[in-house]
Design a binder for this molecule. Structure first.
Ligand SMILES: [Zn+2]
Length: 410
């Protein structure tokens, strides 16, 4: 008999961890840190440990493998606690982000990890796991299709159908047919705004703002490749030069194997502002930073000709520009989840010049309904949602609402 246990994620967004086991094999999918940790200055990974036997460093190994869906901390954040004898499987891009990008960040990975790249399918004898690439707000995301003792279980991870890689989610949707269980994320179920905004829809909006004559400070995550491409394309369309930081240059390099069309720091209409930060210091240690020297721009050059530039914001450059330019010459474009603005930050006194321009990393309800309609799972299990009770009214399938830690025989 196989079992499914969602250790965390049945009533919250983030911190996901779910286990599928048979008598012989034990697998874990995702091992994230809850999003509330982001609001804390100081916390220990131990604070978020889950009661899962045979997974941790100090314990006798009982798990055969761990699979991560993508490189967001609410899906990988606790992986350092995992016994290094247990392999952790990820996609090639997730592997590069976790090993080359995440170590630059303030809360970095100190422990050695047993990360491996999942090429296609892995066979454990009585369980087979297959990865399917899907579209999400970080590149390299995948869903998993698990065959366990004659039953098929699909775990979507975080998924959407409106980014530049939406075709990957569509291929996934076509390939999966009639699984016994689909464990599906429902992040957007609690959100009131359901107007479908696609990544491409943002480009004309950026162009409008870039034409306004003000210096745009655009806030977005460097790991959000889609957004980088959108902002860069809007710069090309308006003849602006995009000023980025060394961290963004480096992330673009990590993404470069995905496609030759991913812009790099030495492309036209890109300059680099050498923001002093712990990340720049780390890039200097490896000499990476010096590669960007030929494209260096100073704050004075920007201030002297603000109409020429668009700034990819970061804490350091935002502060410089807000200090040196009058507020009526600046427009702040907030291209991240608006909820982050509720926390105190450097834009507290600038709310009147902020324009939100964003699209979610998660599928809209309508797209989730189409997914369920096409895939026709025999049973649908909510995860990564604050609204599991809404699945019954929204989706045409047999809904199994689990609680964290509850065992389901499958
Ligand atoms: Zn995510």
């Amino acid at each position: 008999m196989s079992k499914l246990i969602i250790h965390r994620g049945t009533r919250e967004i983030g911190g996901s961890a779910l286990e599928i086991n048979t008598d012989k094999t034990k697998l874990l999918f995702d091992f994230g840190i809850p999003l509330e940790s982001m609001e804390k200055e100081n916390y220990s990974l131990e604070d978020y440990k889950l009661p899962i036997n045979g997974l941790y460093r100090e314990e006798k190994q009982m798990f055969d493998a761990v699979f991560l869906t993508h490189a967001h901390p609410d899906h990988y954040g606790l992986m350092q606690l995992i016994n290094p004898d247990i392999p952790i499987y990820v996609s090639k891009i997730t592997y590069d982000i976790l090993l080359k990008v995440v170590p630059l960040l303030p809360k970095n990975i100190e422990e050695k990890l047993n990360l491996r790249i999942i090429e296609d399918e892995i066979d454990f004898g009585d369980i087979k796991v297959k990865a399917h690439n899907v579209d999400h707000s970080v590149a390299g995301a995948c869903a998993y299709e698990i065959q366990a003792e004659g039953k098929t279980i699909v775990y979507t991870g975080d998924i959407r159908f409106h980014g530049r890689a939406s075709w990957q989610s569509s291929v996934f949707k076509r390939k999966i047919q009639n699984p016994d269980y689909m464990i599906m994320e429902g992040t957007t179920l609690g959100r009131t705004e359901q107007e479908i905004v696609r990544e491409e829809d943002l480009e004309p909006e950026f162009i409008k703002i870039f034409k306004s004559g003000k210096l745009p400070l655009v806030q977005f995550s460097p790991q959000n490749l889609d957004r980088f491409i959108t902002v860069y394309r809007a710069c090309l369309a308006t003849g602006k030069t995009l000023v980025i930081d060394p961290y963004t240059c480096y992330v673009l390099k990590i993404y470069s194997p995905i496609s030759k069309s991913i812009p790099q720091f030495d492309w036209k209409n890109i300059m680099v502002y050498f923001a002093k930060s712990t990340i720049s210091d780390k890039l200097a240690e490896t000499k990476e930073l010096f590669r960007y020297k030929s494209k260096k721009i100073t704050i004075e050059e920007i201030i002297d000709n603000p109409e020429k530039y668009v700034i990819k914001g970061n804490g350091v450059i935002n502060k410089q520009i807000l200090n040196k330019l009058d507020r009526d010459k600046i427009s702040i474009v907030y291209s991240m989840w608006k909820g982050y603005l509720d926390k105190p930050g450097q834009f507290d006194n600038y709310k009147d010049i902020i324009t939100p321009l964003h699209t979610s990393g998660h599928a809209y309800i309508e797209d989730l309904q189409k997914l369920v309609e096409k895939v026709q799972p025999k049973n649908l299990i909510p995860i990564h949602t604050e609204c599991k009770e809404k699945y019954t009214e929204l989706f045409n399938s047999n809904i199994i609402e689990l609680d964290d830690g509850q065992e389901l025989n499958i």
